[in-house]
Design a protein around this ligand. Structure first.
Ligand code: TRP
Length: 328
């Protein structure tokens, strides 16, 4: 039986943190056993907002690749590649641009939202407007059925489906309509209690050393009402407890929650338990990261093979597309 195809990508802007691990990457790892998975690094997408300073893209791409492997993506089971190495994506993007009404792109809610959020950058560029179109090309060029993404990407998937329908209707039924594969993820807060994000400077990165991780958790804010150890606290107001919910056993969660309410456990002690559990998740990743960093040829090999395979599939699709659109 042939496995159904899954595709997903991550932008290479900044390092990967625990929120990305729990929210996306661990899910990718799970899916590789059941589906024919294609995972890639969307380095062109990083340019849509970061074109003015591309100095970090290469480094981020490399760090992402290391993390993909360190977190358990297995190149024997899934195809790992870099977007900018498969030029067919750009050809399909161009051809899709012929049939995509501007209004569709302008109406994608993230378009105006992101422009507002990044006011210091000039995002009145075609590339930024065309972000979801490039993303559509990324997906349908592999004729993928499912796209595991976070809820924030649903509007992008919606326009991908519309463009796919339009293509199939105008020319030929080549593409399946891609579907979002939404999974419920535990919310990972950062050291300040807000959502973990590199732009808030509150993230624990997979590339952090054990000392850095320990320091970040040790200095986390807790329930602000708990000044002294003898003050009772409310665990629900403490970001440390929110992280316990993600990384600690049910029993430990109960233990620290009761301890907090009754002033039976100090914040340092509570954090120590969390640090230990975060270490348990990160240790195998650190170990593999070190292996890979010491043997960079592993990385080279994975990317070359993955890219070659992706290219073959993408080129097959493009042959059908060129023919359907009347091109040589
Ligand atoms: N927009 C996605 C993100 O920022 C990255 C991405 C690019 C993507 N192309 C994709 C995700 C195709 C899924 C499928 O996370």
């Amino acid at each position: 039986m042939t496995k159904e195809r899954v595709l997903s990508g991550m932008q290479s802007s900044g390092r990967l943190h625990l929120g990305n691990l729990v929210g996306a990457l661990s899910n990718w790892v799970r899916l590789q056993d059941t589906y024919d998975c294609y995972y890639f690094i969307a380095d062109w997408h990083s340019l849509t907002t970061g074109y003015a300073d591309p100095s970090e893209i290469k480094g981020s791409t490399r760090d992402l690749l290391i993390n993909f492997l360190a977190a358990g993506l297995d190149p024997e089971k899934c195809t790992i590649f870099i977007q900018s190495k498969v030029l067919q994506h750009s050809e399909l993007h161009l051809l899709l641009s012929m049939i995509t009404p501007l209004g569709w792109l302008e109406r994608v809610p993230t378009y105006k939202e992101k422009q507002q959020e990044l006011k210091d950058r000039d995002l009145s560029t075609y590339g930024f407007l065309g972000y979801p179109l490039l993303q559509t090309a990324d997906i349908i060029i592999y004729r993928a059925k499912y796209v595991p993404v976070g809820i924030d990407q649903v509007p992008h998937l919606e326009i991908s489906r519309e463009i796919t329908r339009r293509f199939n209707h105008l020319y030929k039924e080549i593409f399946p309509e891609p579907e979002a594969l939404l999974t419920e993820f535990p919310k990972v807060v950062g050291t300040d209690g807000r959502k973990m994000s590199k732009s808030y400077d509150n993230a624990v990165y997979l590339s952090d050393s054990p000392e850095e991780v320990e320091h970040k958790i040790r200095t986390m804010v807790t329930d602000p009402a708990r000044v002294k150890k003898t003050d009772a606290g409310n665990p629900e107001l403490s970001p440390v407890y929110q992280l316990h919910k993600v990384f600690s056993s049910k029993q430990e969660q109960e233990q620290v929650a009761i301890g907090c309410r009754t002033a039976g456990i100090g914040c340092i002690e509570c954090k120590k338990i969390l640090i230990q559990n975060v270490f348990t998740v990160m240790e195998p990743i650190w170990e593999k990261r070190n292996d890979i960093i010491q043997h960079p040829e592993i990385l080279q090999d994975v990317v070359e093979k993955g890219t070659e395979k992706a290219r073959t599939v993408a080129e097959e699709t493009m042959r059908l597309v060129r023919e359907a659109m009347g091109l040589y």
